[in-house]
Design a binder for this molecule. Structure first.
Ligand code: NAD
Length: 485
């Protein structure tokens, strides 16, 4: 597909087929994907049948990779080079299918390169363990060893729309690093980046049996992606309702579920307010506010709330938004008009509950303005549920116990940002916030692509992602013992 990206610039739609074990599979039942900003046709993808999905998993299970660590590492380094060399064209594609602005999509391509470089390095590391057995009175002159093996069956991966390339990279790179075989279904909203990534990996030397991409209507094929007998593990990134559906459906399969978030930035009275407002704006509006770790609540100590809100509004006014292809814009569209209308309605509901709208809540199609509200009640729909868009709701708090109580009051538990320099506050936040990550004086989304990442409560089952943790999830540990010391 890489060679076809130029045509997209000239307005020629991409008509793509599925990639199944090296075969291009399609039919005349297609899904149209439209540019959220212009409404123009970006292209079409096939609607897979249940038979197509069965074929993909059967092939994946039968294939046993013989790639050495060196070969896997080289393939992924080559893939990262191809991504980097074509970064501009690839970011154009992500922008066309998602409406994310060029600044965001160029950044995303860079992150996907990092994923492959980290996975390439990690593929070279043997994390087997050795245990001497003469440690107790009834011990023996033996040693117990462990080694990691790929799963016997295939991995089923399902990804969301908000990072169409990087979410897919985070699934497939650890799968390659561990010599597994994966069948991935990207969201039907932004499917092209995943198909393109498959082509890039094949060009880099990946045996196509190790990574297939299927597309279609989840109503028709999702259950097969969860229950097929050839699947050993389901890895899913997306919203809580579908995550919980999967938890009940994919019975006796390993499940890695990375679900929604409702991440706070907590600003205490001793914080550097200029820094806190800068972090708040970047955490709230990057990627059009559509990151699982976007800042969705701003819990601010009442002593500094006025100063914080003034700076927040000033910095929000400076955000340029609109045409996603304009390289000067900081925000493009949200995923579709329906989502934008939902934010509009939730903001109006918050006003009815007593919140004060200070800036924004304007909409033109899928273009939704950055939006600031103050005095938001902690239990109104806008902040009690995940609002997956560029909205900055300020909730005022009285002290640290109040901040922790408000933060913990939603069902989510993904990540957080804490703005303070007081060690007594920092240690309490790290201990008492019920979530997966605490970033002191950084946005909730701060991480390396390598480091453990993921949530608890409704945000996930506690199995983390990030290249290193995903490689652990995607492996079986074989234990063996030998009669030597
Ligand atoms: P979504 O849950 O609507 O869809 C995600 C995927 O699930 C899509 O590929 C969709 O086709 C598929 N799907 C639909 N019905 C299904 C079914 N019955 N069974 C299995 N799969 C099905 O999510 P979205 O709107 O694409 O993405 C936004 C959500 O993803 C937000 O809630 C966001 O917080 C979350 N997210 C979480 C993380 C994380 O790492 N925790 C990262 C990014 C996004």
């Amino acid at each position: 597909m890489l060679s076809e990206l130029n045509k997209l610039k000239d307005g020629v739609p991409l008509h793509q087929k599925m990639r199944v074990g090296g075969k291009l599979i399609g039919n005349d039942r297609v899904i149209e994907v439209r540019n959220p900003y212009s409404g123009k046709l970006v292209g079409t993808i096939p609607k897979a049948t249940v038979g197509d999905i069965r074929e993909a998993f059967g092939m994946a299970r039968r294939y046993k990779s013989k790639l050495t660590r060196f070969e896997r590492s080289n393939i992924m380094l080559r893939a990262s080079e191809l991504l980097r060399a074509n970064a501009d064209a690839i970011s154009d594609l992500i922008t066309a299918e998602s409406g994310l602005c060029k600044k965001d999509t160029l950044y995303e391509v860079g992150r996907a390169c990092d994923v492959f470089v980290f996975a390439a390095n990690q593929a070279l590391v043997d994390d087997g363990q050795v245990f001497s057995c003469d440690l107790t009175p009834h011990g023996k002159q033996r040693k117990v060893y462990t080694m990691k093996e790929p799963l016997l069956g295939a991995i089923s991966a399902i990804t969301p729309f908000n990072h169409p390339l990087n979410q897919v990279a985070h699934k497939v790179a650890p799968s390659i690093a561990t010599n597994n075989r994966m069948v991935l279904k990207p969201t039907e909203k932004t499917p092209f980046s995943a198909l393109l990534l498959a082509d890039i990996l094949y060009e880099a030397g990946l045996p196509p049996e190790m990574f297939s991409v299927v597309t279609g209507d989840p109503k028709e094929i999702a259950d097969e992606m969860l229950t097929n007998a050839d699947i050993d593990l389901v890895t899913f990134t997306g919203g809580v309702p579908i995550g919980k559906y999967i938890a009940g459906k994919a019975v006796y399969k390993r499940q890695v579920l990375e679900l929604g978030g409702n991440d706070p930035i907590i600003v205490m009275e001793d914080a550097d307010i200029e820094e806190a407002a800068t972090l708040a704006v970047s955490g709230s509006y990057k990627n059009s506010g559509q990151r699982c770790t976007a800042i969705k609540r701003m819990i601010v100590h009442q002593a500094v709330a006025d100063e914080f809100v003034d700076k927040l509004v000033a910095k929000t006014r400076a955000i340029k938004f609109g045409n996603p292809m304009d390289v000067n814009n900081d925000m493009g569209t949200v995923i579709d008009e329906r989502a934008a209308k939902e934010f509009e309605a939730k903001v109006k509901d918050a006003e009815r509950c007593g919140a004060k709208l200070l800036y924004g809540n304007e909409r033109d199609g899928a273009v939704y303005s950055p939006t600031v509200l103050d005095h938001v009640p902690a239990d109104c729909m806008l902040v009690a549920q995940e609002t997956f868009g560029p909205v900055s709701p300020v909730i005022r708090c009285t002290d640290i116990s109040d901040a922790i109580r408000i933060s913990n009051s939603t069902p989510y538990g993904l990540s957080s940002s804490v703005c303070t320099n007081r060690m007594d506050y920092i240690t309490r936040f790290i201990r008492e916030l019920e979530l997966g990550s605490v970033n002191v004086r950084e946005v909730p989304g701060y991480r390396l692509e390598l480091t453990p990442f993921g949530g608890i409560k409704d945000s996930g089952l506690g199995y983390k992602e990030g290249v290193l943790e995903a490689m652990k999830s995607f492996s079986n540990t074989k234990t063996y013992s030998l009669p030597w010391l």
